[in-house]
Design a protein around this ligand. Structure first.
Ligand code: TNX
Length: 531
């Protein structure tokens, strides 16, 4: 690093000679450190106080003990902070009381569970303790937000890199904090998915649901039915060239997600939303004729052929191959908007498909229409109703929840990131109404679905459907600033819920997104600092 410092000074001299500043002028007084509670999602407990800690040229990241995983998280943190600070930030297994200290296991960490952490900052060190590596990782996300936003830039910035003194003790409200990306309506590359994964992990999201098949495209290679991907994946909404993930691509997404402590939940939507599959194999159609590929945005016109045995050969092969590639416990089988499948056929289909998921060792998640069939024990319903969803339909989901079906909440008029913010939003849809930032944040997952016991709620998920979205910039404009609100509903205790306080914490994220190159929607509901 010394060499880089020297180079940096030379550049400064050179720049001074040209009459331009290489770095912004130093503010008269260093800005106050970020208060410990200005974090999204809100931590469960914050006790501020004591001296602040400032990172310096000699700061080390200490990972005593021999956990390779903890060392990886430390290396990840060093990689995040080196560019802006210009510090070496070596990761060492040497014990010591100064620097950034990771403590895995040990005294007092038992209560932190699988994902919780404690962050203690003061004087000569900031310590992150956790029972499990996921907790260290989430603690790192908090640490990032306590540093100045410029820490997120990829070029050297001026400090100071000060973290306020005190202790945060933090564990999640729910174990399931998801985001869904629709890669079917428009295909997103592995690189684009990784970029979104990095953004999700900032807010402690721990599930990435990939909507891998729909009418417009089949996006995952299946060896026993190769044309699903090569033909069924060859287009997208609007008629672009589409694409699909090879098995290696898919494994790379899973590897990357798990390095950010997210589990991938793959979805094959059935029996509706299957035009891409039906177009690829004539034998899957009741009339034996393959329809053309589809590039529009209508829903509800396609169905697998429920009475045909070949359908179940297909389902078995797809689920077997997908299960073999997927380390997580869940496979999502869709089941929404099967408007071209009769009710009896729908029930018969779900009765045959759920045991296949179980046979390959997985738990099925279905969109909440699954509760109109016979959800198998342990299988999960994902509620995506909205304010116009009938009382009967809500009651059907609530009754299933009372009878033991766990529920993930994705109410479309709250959690759907593809809904327009208001009438002027250039992207997105509005069938569930406009979803402002406040509306997406201001609800309680514990009491939202009347009649569903609070204990049936596994957590929340923010789906992002991609009929109108085809670039990372589109994803980011719709996800930010609403995604952090859904993440907070999943992580933070209900007692922290307060829109007026939340919008100020959210506003402080704006400069971070600017530093990261995330083009968010500057909603007038949020008091963003001036740019
Ligand atoms: C409904 S939500 C759908 C999707 C659409 C989405 C658009 C759900 C389970 N089905 O097919 O993409 O609306 O907002």
């Amino acid at each position: 690093m010394r060499r880089r410092r020297l180079l940096f000074s030379l550049l400064l001299v050179a720049a001074a000679g040209m009459g331009t500043a290489a770095v912004p002028p130093q503010p008269a007084a260093a800005p106050a450190a970020t208060p410990l509670d200005r974090v999204v999602p809100a931590p469960a407990s914050v006790v501020p106080g004591g001296a602040a800690y400032t990172l310096g040229e000699g700061t080390r990241i200490r990972v005593p003990g021999n956990s390779g995983e903890a060392r990886k998280v430390a290396g990840y943190l060093a990689g995040l902070l080196r560019p802006a600070t210009g510090f070496d930030l070596p990761v060492t297994t040497k014990d010591g009381r100064d620097g950034i200290v990771f403590q895995l296991g040990g005294r007092g960490t038992g209560k932190l569970g699988a994902e919780g952490y404690r962050l203690t900052s003061g004087g000569r060190s900031v310590t992150i303790s956790a029972a499990r590596p996921a907790g260290l990782f989430h603690g790192v996300q908090t640490l990032r937000q306590l540093l100045p936003a410029s820490a997120e830039r990829r070029t050297e910035q001026r400090g100071p890199w000060t973290i306020a003194g005190g202790t945060i003790t933090d564990t999640p409200r729910y174990g399931h904090r998801g985001a869904m990306l629709d890669v079917s309506r428009h295909f997103f590359t592995v690189e684009q998915v990784k970029r979104y994964i990095d953004q999700l992990s900032l807010y402690k999201i721990n599930k990435l649901h990939l909507h891998l098949s729909d009418d417009q495209g089949w996006r995952i290679a299946i060896k026993s039915w190769p044309k699903l991907a090569t033909y069924g994946g060859s287009t997208q909404v609007g008629g672009g060239k589409g694409g699909f993930y090879t098995k290696d691509d898919y494994r790379e997404i899973i590897r990357y997600a798990s390095s950010r402590y997210l589990t991938v939940v793959p979805e094959i939507d059935m029996p509706g939303h299957t035009n891409a599959a039906l177009a690829s194999y004539a034998e899957l159609n009741c009339n034996g004729q393959a329809p053309p590929l589809y590039t529009g945005t209508e829903v509800g016109f396609s169905s697998l052929c429920v009475p045909k045995q070949r359908t179940y050969d297909f389902v078995d092969d797809v689920i077997r191959e997908l299960a073999a590639m997927t380390p997580g416990r869940y496979l999502h089988i869709g089941g929404d908007e099967a408007h071209s499948t009769s009710h009896d056929d729908y029930v018969a289909f779900m009765d045959r498909v759920q045991p296949v998921v179980a046979k390959y060792g997985k738990t099925a998640i279905g969109w909440h229409q699954l509760t109109g069939a016979h959800p198998a024990k342990g299988n999960v319903a994902q509620y995506w109703g909205y304010d116009k969803t009938s009382a009967a339909e809500r009651a059907q989901v609530a009754t299933a929840a009372q009878n033991g079906t766990p529920v993930i909440l994705s109410p479309a008029d709250r959690a759907y990131l593809d809904m327009k913010y208001d009438k002027n939003t250039p992207l997105g849809l509005s069938w569930a109404g406009y979803v402002s930032v406040q509306r997406s944040y201001d609800w309680d997952p514990g009491t939202y679905l009347e009649g569903a016991p609070a204990s049936s709620v596994l957590g929340v998920e923010a789906p992002l459907w991609a009929e109108t979205l085809s670039t990372s910039a589109h994803i980011e404009y719709m996800a930010f600033p609403r995604l952090p609100g859904i993440a907070e509903l999943g992580w933070s205790p209900a007692s922290t819920h307060d829109w007026d306080a939340y919008k100020k914490r959210l506003a402080a994220q704006g400069p971070r997104w600017d530093a990261m190159g995330i083009g968010y929607y500057r909603s007038p509901e949020v008091p963003w600092p001036a740019k």
